[in-house]
Design a protein. Structure first.
Length: 650
């Protein structure tokens, strides 16, 4: 005699598979199993059990073994996976794979997250603005609230005070940050505040993640800290979800299912009846629109509580400057270091130089597999593609015309490091980017030394832009504010604005003498000007008006299809046929843009073509596409990605 189970596999197949198990087996929904699948053995998850044999004429195979002694998920998380299957148009197995430990992993950014702003003083007296937010939100048991506060205004303290109140009521908390690599020091501070805590992020090994998962599920901890994937933590009695820096792009997954943490959190808060608390100094345009029109309750924190003031910001025009460091930035660095204070330099581009060309014929050195320029890395003496990882040695003659007049343009963090050491040979300089901190604990050690004042200049990519509170920092230099400005993406201005405000927020957090130098080739650009002058409201109102005129979110919603194939014609023809079908089905309530080559037309030898659906009737469009999707004839050698509410159109 046997019982029967339905198993979901991490495959792009919208189907469950039935297997038999011995009658005396204690198999239950939520356990992982090893089961035969064709000629392979795959790991799947049981989603239902039954004593009755299904009516079928196929042979039902028996599972090989049950992996877990107890279920890893409950009905709430299974329900969440089914919702993700529906909204993000993936399979149930693909949705479960990002929820359950041991599934497919996408590496999350690895950055130290510092809570010093909130935890330095145990008996910190709240400002009136903070106290009102804590009091009003703590009265509630459900609902979504926004903390809109300038950098250094004490948002973290508000989150933690509310978390305390929730835990006192016997509930649990999920606290999300965009990027996390927790040091022992941070861990100890959390423990001091909340007793034992759990940490969940994709940097953990599968066994470490499983151990934390089981501790959470068994109610051994009430406070979970993590990056994007921690939104799936199996906390019983969920009382509060905090999403700090909710505007950050790393909350959106770039792999199937392409979920946004903010959407998943909102659904989970609604179904499990808990509070969702969002916050940022630079809210996403969507969030700003919601709370400025009264659709979302918000609290504003407008004062720096640490004794500092918002820094003075100066825009420097780079036109006519020969190197990456302007004379004004060099002057300010000299002044700051004569006062024994510290500097942060920010450039969102790693490597030494990112553009190799022949000055005679114009030849550009591009990746052989992707339609992007290779980046020169001086330390490893290699040209590297930051998309597929292809690497080759630099060349001294042009392969096109044979000329010797070849060279590099543009600059990355490696080049800045060299320039700073040339101008300031006596200063201790450390670089923080994904090339320099590959080894474990390197990042933590650099941040610790910088905080102690043992490093004079910290330079890096986005890693230095968020979450840090360095008392000794007097000067922040943004080497090139234009890096993302000309991307063919409607969010380019928003991203540029956010980065300038966030990076600037690292200066003058304790002393009221912070200075920021913003270097740019576009000194009249609105996003750069308004960020530099602290005109946040003006920027948001102008950007919302522009989005309204162009019909982009938050005044519409998008669904993006990307077709990729080794064969360029097949990718385009498939996109065209899908486009024709969708236009026929959705005429009148959705606009179909494309098909067109993606801005990055090729990655890893795959040609990329996309179509974008735009609508103000999202549910109607989503339903139509979901019903249409299974009948679309997509060739085997063409892969179709579906991205609901994309945040990047590259």
């Amino acid at each position: 005699m046997s019982r029967f189970v339905e198993v979901a596999f991490n495959l792009p197949i919208k189907k469950l598979f039935t297997y038999s198990i011995p009658m005396d087996s204690d198999a239950a929904m939520g356990q992982r199993v090893i089961a035969p699948f064709g000629k392979k053995k795959l790991t799947g998850l049981i989603v239902s059990t039954s004593d009755e044999k299904p009516s079928s004429d196929y042979q039902i195979k028996e599972i090989d073994r049950i992996i877990d002694s107890a279920p890893l998920i409950d009905s709430n998380l299974l329900s969440l996976a089914r919702w993700m299957e529906d909204i993000y148009m993936c399979s149930l197995g693909e949705a479960l794979s990002v929820i359950v430990p041991g599934g497919k992993k996408e590496k999350e950014p690895d950055v130290v997250f510092s809570l010093d702003e909130a935890l330095n003083e145990k008996n910190l007296i709240l400002s009136n603005e903070q106290a009102k937010a804590v009091t009003d939100i703590s009265k509630e048991t459900t609902g979504t609230f926004y903390i809109y506060g300038i950098t250094g205004s004490g948002k973290t303290e508000v989150y933690l005070r509310i978390a305390h109140e929730v835990i006192k009521k016997g509930k649990s908390v999920i606290y999300l940050v965009p990027e996390i690599s927790l040091t022992h020091q941070i861990h100890e501070k959390f423990v001091g505040e909340f007793g034992d805590i759990a940490i969940l992020h994709s940097g953990l090994s599968p066994s470490q993640k499983l151990r934390e998962w089981i501790r959470i599920k068994n109610r051994e901890v009430s406070f979970v800290v993590g990056a994007r994937s921690a939104i799936f933590a199996p906390v019983p009695e969920l009382g509060l979800i905090v999403i700090d820096e909710e505007h950050d792009g790393s909350y959106k997954s770039s792999q199937t299912p392409r979920y946004h943490t903010r959407q998943v959190a909102s659904h989970r808060a609604e179904t499990e009846k808990c509070i969702l608390l969002l916050g940022s100094a630079t809210p996403s345009i969507e969030a700003y629109h919601r709370f400025s029109t009264g659709q979302l309750s918000s609290f504003t924190l407008g004062t720096r509580l640490t004794g500092g003031e918002l820094p003075k910001i100066e825009i420097v025009d780079l036109k006519g400057t020969t190197g990456p460091l302007s004379n004004r930035l060099i002057e300010e660095m000299k002044r700051v270091h004569s006062q024994k204070r510290q500097t942060i330099l920010f450039l969102n581009r790693r490597g030494f130089a990112y553009f190799f060309h022949c000055r005679l014929c114009g030849f550009e050195m591009k990746c052989k597999s992707c339609s992007v320029a290779l980046t020169f890395h001086k330390k490893s003496w290699s040209m590297v593609c930051h998309y597929c990882g292809y690497s080759t040695k630099p060349i001294s003659t042009c392969p096109s015309c044979g000329a010797l007049d070849v060279g590099y343009s543009g600059f990355g963090t490696e080049k800045i490091e060299e320039e700073v050491q040339t101008h300031f040979p006596d200063l201790i300089v450390s670089r923080v980017d994904t090339d320099s901190v590959k080894k474990k604990h390197v990042l933590r050690d650099i941040i610790s030394r910088f905080k102690k004042g043992e490093i004079d200049v910290l330079l890096g990519t986005q890693m230095v832009a968020k979450g840090f509170n360095f008392p000794g920092v007097m000067l922040v230099g943004i080497i090139n504010a234009d890096t993302g400005l000309h991307m063919p993406d409607f969010r380019a201005f928003e991203r540029t604005f956010n980065l300038i405000v966030q990076v600037s927020g690292r200066a003058g957090r304790i002393m009221p003498d912070g200075k920021v130098i913003v270097q740019t080739l576009n000194p009249e650009n609105e996003a750069i000007l308004l960020a530099s002058f602290g005109k946040l409201k003006t920027f948001y109102e102008n950007e919302l008006e522009r989005r309204r005129e162009l019909g982009f979110p938050p005044f519409s919603r998008l669904i993006r299809f990307v077709f990729r194939s080794k064969n360029a014609k097949k990718a385009f023809d498939t996109a065209q046929s899908v486009c024709d079908r969708i236009e026929k089905e959705t005429g009148g309530f959705a606009e179909v843009l494309g098909p067109a080559e993606c801005p990055i037309a090729m990655i890893s030898n795959n040609h990329r073509v996309h179509i974008i659906l735009r609508t103000q009737e999202f549910r109607r469009l989503h339903t139509a596409v979901k019903m249409l999707f299974p009948s679309l004839k997509i060739p085997q050698d063409v892969y179709c990605e579906v991205d609901v509410d994309p945040i990047s159109l590259l």
